[in-house]
Design a protein around this ligand. Structure first.
Ligand SMILES: *Cc1c(COP(=O)(O)O)cnc(C)c1O
Length: 480
């Protein structure tokens, strides 16, 4: 039986044979040879692997010259596409880390247009003609919007926490509640970040209850910091107690120990005014007297990836002088995007309308319903042998660790499988151009209209129409 496999292996065309076929030769005139060779090698490797793995007596793959050339042609076209590309987020998770968190506001894109392709005064003081600081461009507006004494921006919030701990508490003790030793996902675990910074973690309280007396009893001569961490993606309910920021600041003042708050998402707008549960705002934390506050730029703020550090002037100055700052610094594209995003916040109404993340969070249920009706209308009457379409109510998630238990009421398009299985539907939509990423729940495929942009509704409708007319789905595309 092994002989059959050996015969098959020998029948696979060689690279040289393939290179002289008319199909490949015609590609060579327009596509770089290295790319074509990469596609050829991938396909040949996959064929060999398929034969090697095939159970004895099973059907073997077709290794005829024309079939293989077809496969290579398709692979070349896949490999020529940029790897990072647009997808449609139909998951209903607004700040979706795997899908790039926050789409940036239009203003950011026009600022890229006018600024990113030129030189700028990134680190050049136009008044003195001398070297300037890249941080001044967002420092003043951050102070203006939040009331903080000073501000600094680094690569992301993980970096913000790391550099703050390294600066304030290296080799010293940081007191933290056991209920706040969180893992954010993507391997950000508070205890690990603390270890990396060289701070010694001192846990107080229990998983569900921590009191101010626990903090006070933990103070020793080298206690450098009280750290409060936003619980982000989980909640402790029932018999639970946390110490408020005010109380902690009070204790900190009494013993001259600074208080740091890692806010995680960091929202600048009180969303309870828009019918959501109140998340503490950044301004609240500043007002309550936290000495250092950190949060992400691309979660609820709706801007570029970065970590924003606010706080007292003396501490921020020390963080700026930390050598790590050089390694964690943000580039000009980030600063352009952050500068523009922050400037929208000067007008709250505008922020809700122009910052996509906030717009999606605040979009009213009736308005999402209208979008759903529009999608249903555009799809029109379809053949229901592959799947059945209906509209239903459901919940979107803010994501990024904000408001973890609070779904936002939303309207979903539901595809119930018939001839096509749910997983084939998911796969079809994911391989569409642009890919549509959906949610799978109880064997139904759900598309949440809240995270589908107005201009994407048409594309989604076309994808669903196309899928309904498929007699048989294409053979499974090899994942790359
Ligand atoms: C998300 C989050 C982080 C990590 O922020 P990144 O911007 O992803 O680096 C840290 N702390 C908390 C509480 C978070 O929610």
């Amino acid at each position: 039986m092994e002989d059959t496999k050996n015969v098959m292996f020998r029948q696979i065309p060689s690279v040289d044979e393939l290179l002289v076929t008319s199909g490949i030769k015609s590609m060579l005139s327009t596509i770089p040879r290295a790319l074509i060779l990469r596609a050829i090698r991938q396909i040949l490797d996959e064929l060999r692997e398929e034969i090697r793995k095939a159970p004895v007596g099973d059907e073997m793959p077709d290794v005829g010259l024309s079939t293989v050339v077809d496969q290579i042609t398709r692979r070349v076209s896949i490999l020529s596409q940029p790897s990072l590309r647009q997808v449609i987020n139909a998951t209903g998770v607004i700040v979706h880390t795997n899908l790039g968190r926050s789409p940036v506001p239009k203003r950011v894109i026009s600022a890229f247009n006018s600024l990113a392709g030129c030189y700028s005064n990134l680190e050049y003081n136009l008044n003195t003609g001398k070297r300037g600081s890249r941080y001044v461009h967002v420092q003043d507006i951050l102070r203006e919007l939040t009331g903080a004494e000073d501000a600094l921006v680094v690569n992301n919030n993980a970096a913000a926490v790391l550099i703050a701990l390294d600066t304030i508490a290296k080799g010293k003790e940081v007191v933290i509640s056991r209920g706040q030793l969180v893992e954010i996902g993507g391997s950000f675990r508070m205890p690990d970040v603390m270890r990396k910074s060289g701070a010694k973690m001192f846990e107080v309280g229990t998983t569900n209850k921590t009191t101010i007396r626990d903090y006070e009893a933990a103070i020793v001569s080298d206690t450098a910091l009280f750290l409060k961490v936003h619980m982000s993606n989980f909640q402790i309910v029932g018999f639970a107690q946390e110490v408020s920021l005010e109380e902690l600041v009070g204790l900190g003042r009494k013993y001259s120990i600074p208080v740091m708050e890692d806010l995680g998402s960091g929202c600048l707008i009180d969303l309870s005014r828009y019918g959501l549960k109140k998340e503490p705002t950044v301004q609240d934390s500043v007002e309550k007297g936290a000495d250092i506050i950190t949060f992400s730029g691309d979660k609820m703020l709706g801007g570029p990836q970065c970590g924003i550090i606010l706080g007292k002037k003396d501490i921020i100055s020390k963080i700026k002088a930390n050598q790590l700052n050089r390694a964690l610094r943000v580039d000009k594209l980030t600063l352009i995007a952050l500068q523009e995003t922050l400037s929208i916040y000067r007008d709250e109404e505008k922020a809700i309308r122009q910052i996509p993340t906030l717009r999606m969070i605040c979009q009213s249920y009736p308005s999402v319903c209208r979008k759903a009706e529009r999608l249903r209308g555009l799809i029109g009457k379809i053949d229901t042998s592959n799947f059945v379409i209906s509209l239903s109510d459901g919940f979107s998630q803010v994501g990024g660790g904000a408001l973890p238990l609070e779904g936002i009421k939303s309207r979903l398009l539901c595809l119930s499988p018939r001839r096509l299985s749910a997983s084939r539907i998911v796969e079809f939509l994911r391989s569409y151009d642009p890919p549509v990423v959906v949610r799978l729940e109880k064997n139904n495929v759900l598309l949440d209209l809240r995270t589908i942009q107005e201009k994407e509704v048409k594309i989604v409708a076309a994808a669903i129409q196309k899928m309904s007319t498929k007699n048989r789905l294409l053979p499974k595309q090899k994942s790359l």
